[in-house]
Design a protein around this ligand. Structure first.
Ligand SMILES: Cc1ncc(C[n+]2csc(CCOP(=O)(O)OP(=O)(O)O)c2C)c(N)n1
Length: 326
């Protein structure tokens, strides 16, 4: 089993999380400026989940994401500039600017796509796991989905298939306590979401999603189970989004006290204290990491702003597959 090493995963995870926080914090501003058209769903506050899971993956693995997917892509190694360009609908984006925030796919990184259809990634990742098994590869697939998506029927079907066929898939539920404006208390009678996996014979665990070490350790265990042919794992990561569901959200369904209570458990601040205490970083290292994160995001934004819009003549390009190789 891979142990969480503060010098390796801790330090690398901190850099990734700081960059994701800086990146996501720009979303409301760019929406306000009308540089982002349509809805974009930032995940500030939830960085430890995508980062911890990604640190447990290998290059052969794949991920299926959801509508709140920038962090999943960035933690998996997507280029911040090309990611930002796609969000801004520019030609240098991963989809040539025709997909936007909810359609970021990067084949070379195994990113099967962010996805605007709540729950759809669950079927995609399970299919990718079946493909890996049939091809005899040791690749594992991951799906990130929310507490709201846990109510989609596809989860029950996928958990069952993955369990009977011992598919190498990791189901990662980011329980941020809200599906848009509906609280989990209003939407789910059995709040213990891991029961959904246990009911299908899938090893299922709760994890503190505000802790990088805890999410990494749970994911590493699930990845090892999947890679060794022992089948799927369901992880329920308890987390919280600091910003609104999307730009323009009035947030009348929650109060500031609740937001502040979660901010007091901030995953980045917590990791910084741990690494300072362990002597892995100094306060000046932390300042450098923050500066570097801002610089990367600023450059990504400049790259995206300077990228042209796709040409109208490209509208029908890349719509159909060029055929399945024999
Ligand atoms: C099939 C489907 N139903 C409804 C929607 C509208 N919708 C978009 S995001 C969202 C909430 C999803 O909540 P959750 O899965 O908990 O993810 P979170 O937004 O909290 O990250 C809904 C209902 C959709 N995009 N797709």
């Amino acid at each position: 089993m891979q142990e969480f090493d503060q010098r390796r995963q801790g330090l690398s995870g901190l850099k990734t999380m700081a960059m994701i926080r800086a990146f996501e914090s720009r979303m409301p501003v760019l929406s306000e400026e009308r540089l982002i058209r349509g809805s974009t769903h930032p995940s500030a506050g939830m960085e430890a989940v995508a980062t911890g899971v990604s640190l447990a993956l290998g290059p052969q693995d794949s991920i299926a994401s959801n509508h709140r997917g920038h962090a999943h892509c960035l933690a998996r190694g997507s280029d911040p500039g090309r990611t930002m360009a796609e969000i801004l609908g520019r030609r240098d984006g991963y989809g040539g600017g025709k997909g936007g925030s909810m359609h970021i796919g990067v084949a070379e990184l195994g990113i099967l796509g962010t996805n605007g259809i709540v729950g759809a990634g669950i079927g995609l990742a399970t299919g990718a796991a079946l493909a890996a098994q049939m091809q005899g590869s040791d690749a594992v697939s991951v799906v990130y989905f929310g507490d709201g998506a846990a109510n989609q029927g596809v989860l029950a079907e996928a958990l069952n298939l993955a369990a009977i066929w011992k598919l190498p898939v990791l189901f990662v539920c980011e329980n941020n306590h809200y599906a848009q404006s509906a609280s989990i208390e209003e939407m789910i009678a059995q709040p213990d979401l891991k029961q959904r996996g246990l009911a299908y014979g899938v090893p299922s665990v709760d994890v503190d999603g505000m802790s990088l070490g805890d999410t990494f350790t749970a994911a590493a265990e699930g990845v090892e189970r999947a890679r060794s042919g022992s089948g799927p794992t369901l992880i329920i990561a308890d987390t919280y989004r600091y910003l609104g569901h999307m730009a323009g959200d009035t947030e009348i369904y929650r109060n500031q006290v609740e937001v502040e209570q979660w901010q007091a458990k901030d995953p980045i601040a917590r990791l910084v204290s741990q690494l300072l205490e362990a002597g892995v970083i100094t306060t000046s290292d932390w300042e450098d990491i923050q500066e570097e994160a801002s610089r990367v995001v600023q450059e990504a934004e400049e790259f995206a702003r300077n990228s042209p819009f796709p040409d109208a003549s490209d509208a029908t390009q890349d719509v159909y597959s060029k055929g399945v190789p024999a």
